[in-house]
Design a binder for this molecule. Structure first.
Ligand code: ADP
Length: 483
């Protein structure tokens, strides 16, 4: 942290109603690459969560009554500051989360892009006029911000998961309470510091840090003053939170787990497929919900693909993300690395063949080697679970029909990828895959202009794009009579 050029970005307090709030106890933030304690952040809880909701409620009238242009200007300032401090923000992110510095810089730019995008979309919250069935009436539709928004976000994208939600919420005219994962609160607090410098008024953007996930989650999802609840995390926790939101019939959006298939057909450009699979699988050491989870390869090209893919994987360097040239950082914890190792072991016992890796890495306690398994089938633990680690299970299939059937054989439906050069097949497969997002000859699909989200048990709602504001707006219908 002493290498930051702006030390004021390193904050260890919750940010509530425009003030930094200390608590009696503290939680330690550790660097997953070294195990070293890098910060002791005030450990807020239920009381502070209630305070933040109250602050957001009080700020709502003022913020929602600002013109779209005024909100857009302040958000644009925020975007500019995030980009000006990209290097420092990336360093904070790598130190608390582990991903290589270059990837962390990419996440800061990606997160900031949502603030920029929604600063522009703020001006395009259009309503409607509708031809009325009777001549003496007129029908008008206006859109209004839903109110206070509460969010809970995970540790794998400590900046971008908040930016995606807060960008849309603030643009719509909502106020926001963020509860970041307690493993990675520092990126969220640095965002709050920059929101304040950007001129975003007190109470509009609040960050409450604490390790009582359940207690704080209950308040955020049940509080009557919270109008909308948005969550990114596991499907299991998402289900609990949806249940809690029912008590006050909140608007809910959920971005949950995935089990992304990456399909390589025999007409594909195999080299391009290898590049796409590496990008989609090994980003963030495999710890993203859109990471490739299963590689499905048509049986007549499985040998060629596996050889080329293994060659590419041998070039990936494992280590501390602050070191130049590292492509795979640590898992978030030893527990997470052990879980990945367990899935690998169990699948080998069930008949999978280990082609590469398969062990903890000597770089440190939380590191796992990039790993390739072949002869996998859809029922093995490595294919049926969300891996969240650097393991590539390869499954072979006979034909297009079987590829789609295998790909859809999961309760998840977030991202899917496939490589083919046949235009008819591209349409058939795109339409046949039960997923919210499809990469066609592309392994990296997420950006601010596109609607991010899943179907089935991967969640509901969309983040980013022109659709991203919908979750933060109410439609109000005005019937004008006596005309
Ligand atoms: P991940 O595997 O990404 O850690 P989780 O769903 O466990 O997925 O965590 C995502 C976020 O949800 C984190 O901020 C975590 O602290 C929070 N969380 C975990 N359990 C609960 C819960 N029962 N109620 C509210 N939030 C929770």
């Amino acid at each position: 942290m002493d290498k930051l050029s702006d030390q004021q970005l390193f904050k260890q307090f919750s940010y509530i109603n425009g003030s930094w709030h200390s608590s009696e106890t503290q939680l330690e933030v550790t660097n997953p690459a070294t195990g070293e304690c890098i910060a002791r952040v005030s450990n807020s809880g239920i009381t502070e969560t209630n305070m933040a909701i109250k602050a957001a409620k009080n700020a709502f009238k003022m913020w929602s009554e600002k013109s779209a242009n005024e909100r857009a200007k302040l958000m644009r300032n925020w975007f500019d500051l995030l980009m000006q401090h990209q290097d420092d923000l990336a360093r904070i992110l790598t130190l608390e989360q582990g991903k290589p510095l270059n990837e962390a810089k990419g996440e800061i730019a990606y997160g900031a892009a949502f603030i920029e995008w929604f600063s522009e979309e703020a001006k395009r919250v259009y309503g409607d006029t509708i031809p009325a069935p009777a001549n003496d009436k007129r029908i008008v539709v206006i859109k209004q911000p839903v109110g206070v928004v509460a969010s809970i976000t995970p540790w794998n994208f400590p900046n971008a998961m908040i930016a995606r939600k807060a960008g849309a919420a603030l643009a719509a005219g909502c106020t926001f309470v963020a509860r970041p994962a307690s493993e990675t609160p520092l990126s969220a607090l640095a965002m709050a510091e920059l929101a304040e410098r950007a001129g975003i008024p007190a109470g509009v953007f609040n960050v409450v840090v604490g390790d009582d996930a359940k207690g704080m989650g209950k308040v955020l999802s049940e509080h009557p003053d919270v109008a909308k609840f948005t969550f990114t995390g596991s499907t299991a926790v998402g289900k609990i939170l949806i249940g809690q939101c029912a008590s006050t019939v909140k608007k809910v959006s959920m971005e949950l787990g995935g089990n992304a298939p990456f399909i390589v057909f025999d007409d594909a450009d195999i080299d391009a497929a290898v590049t796409g699979a590496i990008a989609s699988k090994y980003r963030n050491a495999g710890q993203t919900c859109v990471c490739t989870n299963r590689i499905l390869v048509q049986q007549n090209v499985v040998t060629e693909f596996t050889e080329k893919y293994t060659q590419a994987v041998t070039k990936l360097n494992v280590g501390d993300g602050t070191i130049e040239g590292i492509s795979i950082g640590p898992m978030i914890s030893k527990k997470a690395a052990k879980q990945v190792d367990k899935l690998v072991d169990e699948s080998i016992k069930a008949g999978a063949k280990l082609v590469y890796g398969g062990k903890f890495d000597s770089a440190g306690d939380n590191f796992y080697q990039p790993t390739i398994l072949t002869h996998v089938n859809n029922d093995m633990p490595i294919a049926s679970n969300e891996i969240f680690g650097p393991v590539s299970p390869i499954i072979s299939f006979a034909d297009e029909h079987q590829a789609i059937q295998l790909a859809n054989d999961t309760e998840y439906g977030l991202a899917a990828y496939f490589y083919s050069r046949d235009i008819g097949r591209i349409w058939r497969v795109s339409e046949g895959l039960e997923y919210g997002m499809i990469g066609v000859n592309e392994g990296l699909i997420s950006n601010a202009a596109a609607p991010f989200g899943g179907v089935k048990q991967s969640g509901n709602g969309r983040e980013g794009s022109k659709y991203g504001l919908d979750d933060y707006l109410e439609i109000k219908y005005l019937c004008m009579g006596g005309i």
